[in-house]
Design a protein around this ligand. Structure first.
Ligand SMILES: [Zn+2]
Ligand SMILES: [Zn+2]
Length: 547
């Protein structure tokens, strides 16, 4: 039997016209230099290609099992398009003897690398602290590993709204936020940024320092996002759900400032001046000023299976708005509650699923927050599409709330009611570190109840809220001289002479036309009792930043 190798070799020898034609097509719109090399390229394919592939396939230098990946690592095929999303931080100059490198590197998934290897971020390994300075693309070339030009990669523009958290992935992105209308001048506002998915990261070789217990690790919490494209949700109970392929963006925009990359002189590494200064290198002596500044946000962009969940009908005066921290907290809390419940039901690790917030403008023009859950695995493991079936989602929500099953009872057990916001027993784990300060199991349960029933009460009469609302309100006013705890229309409040402060449920509308009816009643009763100045504050704020 003839091998594939021989079949390919024969085809090359017997099809010169086809090869010529492919070459012609590939060289359209390329420079005259490359077109001038046409004959050499054809000769290479005809006389050298198979020998070169043989050599790479048999070389002990490469560790990859797949031929295509081996050829890419050898530089015979382009590296992009491969299903590997691992990125390396080089803290030593790589060499051909150790290529692909096993020494002098730290590896991370791209989602994490864009934070952990961002310029200025520090990584501890074997008792040393390595400070990332910028991005680099190494490739074998001749007898060495050489830096390739343009390690920041092609420019991809995207619109980011810091007011409503929406993402505009249309090309080109809109000039103002297409969801909430925020402009570039607004603070917080909307900005079009240039994304970069770097192929590698590096340190200033030889500048790593001893780990003395102190280091600056700034994860810069990149939260997964999707575009604001409306998806046709299927309605069931009081929720809408959709499952399908979406692009998920994890972006590190350096807290809104982006990274101003500059090129090192005589190298193809792009760094930031701040990162150089951090390790005591003077940018003026090391940067190629003629190469200019390339301002980028670091990104991981991937197409994957996701499910989208939205609340269908909101009761009068109740809303989880993504424009407000109370609303975002509720949406994220439901997302992480669903993830934990799904992990229990499917018997999988929580890290198999990622949770994000999607901000869209609904058909009525309102800025709306939806939860999305995506598979962590590169090509999807099918969990999100499974959970995104309407019946499955309904079953999952019922599982969360079922007093007879295993999930709900521990949440409302006496020993957990003392958990005022969130803890490792309910919602917190290492993977959602960036959200710990806003996660709240009670808000998650509120939205789960609402998803199943548009008439679910969203107030402090719900048993798991009762004691907390009372005790937190009393402690809050007891700590302020002259204030007396009281209540108006059953809503906890405090009063000092003609001034009263009502403590509201975090999901009640507190302004605009659609005011919460319970809050309206409480305000009316306070005024009837002679209060001249009625203020209000959500219980969420009382628990987190009371004064
Ligand atoms: Zn916006
Ligand atoms: Zn807890």
């Amino acid at each position: 039997m003839r091998s594939v190798r021989d079949l390919v070799a024969d085809w090359i020898q017997t099809h010169p016209q086809e090869i010529q034609r492919i070459c012609d097509v590939l060289l359209v719109f390329t420079g005259t230099g490359l077109r001038g090399q046409m004959q050499q390229l054809l000769d290479f394919i005809r006389y050298n290609l198979i020998a070169r592939i043989d050599q790479i396939a048999n070389s002990p230098q490469f560790i990859q099992d797949n031929l295509s990946e081996r050829l890419a690592n050898a530089g015979l095929l382009p590296m992009f398009g491969f299903p590997t999303r691992v990125r390396l931080l080089f803290h030593k100059h790589p060499s051909l003897r150790d290529w692909p490198p096993e020494e002098g590197i730290v590896d991370r998934d791209l989602d994490l690398a864009i934070s952990q290897f961002a310029p200025g971020a520090e990584t501890v390994k074997d008792g040393l602290i390595h400070t990332a300075i910028g991005v680099v693309h190494y490739r074998p070339q001749g007898t060495d590993i050489a830096e390739q030009p343009g390690p920041l990669g092609p420019v991809q523009a995207i619109g980011l709204c810091r007011r409503c958290q929406a993402v505009d992935a249309s090309s080109p992105p809109a000039a103002n936020c297409p969801v909430c209308g925020a402009t570039v001048q607004d603070r917080p506002g909307y900005q079009v940024v240039q994304l970069s998915q770097p192929s590698g990261f590096r340190t200033w070789f030889g500048r790593s320092r001893d780990f003395d217990g102190l280091f600056e690790w700034s994860p810069r919490a990149s939260r997964p996002k999707t575009s604001a494209t409306l998806r046709p949700l299927t309605n069931r109970a009081n929720f809408g759900v959709w499952a399908g392929l979406e692009t998920v963006y994890v972006i590190n925009d350096n807290a809104g400032c982006c990274f101003n990359f500059v090129k090192l002189s005589r190298e193809e590494t792009w760094v930031t001046a701040d990162a150089l200064q951090q390790i005591g290198i003077n940018p003026a002596n090391t940067v190629d000023a003629n190469a200019g500044i390339d301002s980028r946000a670091l990104a991981s962009v991937k197409e994957t299976d996701i499910l989208i969940l939205g609340i269908y009908t909101w009761p009068a005066g109740v809303h989880a708005s993504p424009l407000d921290v109370n609303g975002r907290a509720a949406l994220y809390s439901l997302g992480f509650l669903l993830r934990r419940a799904a992990a229990v039901r499917l018997d999988i690790d929580e890290r198999e699923l990622k949770v994000g917030l999607r901000v869209v403008q609904d058909a009525a023009g309102q800025v709306t927050g939806q939860i999305f859950i995506s598979d962590s695995l590169e090509n999807g493991a099918g969990y999100s599409s499974h959970l995104g079936q309407p019946a499955e989602m309904e079953g999952l929500l019922q599982f969360i709330l079922d007093p007879q099953d295993m999930f709900f009872p521990p949440l409302v057990a006496p020993n957990h009611l003392s958990c005022q916001t969130s803890c490792p027993d309910c919602l917190r784990d290492f993977s959602n570190l960036a959200f710990h300060n806003i996660l709240d199991w009670r808000l998650g349960l509120d939205l789960a109840r609402l998803a199943l029933d548009a008439n679910a009460p969203i107030d402090f009469t719900v048993p798991y809220w009762q004691t907390l609302a009372q005790s937190a309100t009393q402690a809050y006013f007891a700590a302020q001289p002259g204030w007396q705890s009281t209540s108006f229309a059953g809503v906890p409040a405090g009063r000092r002479g003609p001034v009263a402060e009502i403590i509201t449920h975090p999901l009640w509308n507190r302004s605009g036309g659609n005011l919460s009816p319970v809050l309206t009643a409480a305000v009316a009763q306070a005024q009837a009792a002679g209060v001249q100045n009625v203020k209000h504050r959500t219980l969420f704020e009382v628990l987190r930043r009371p004064y």
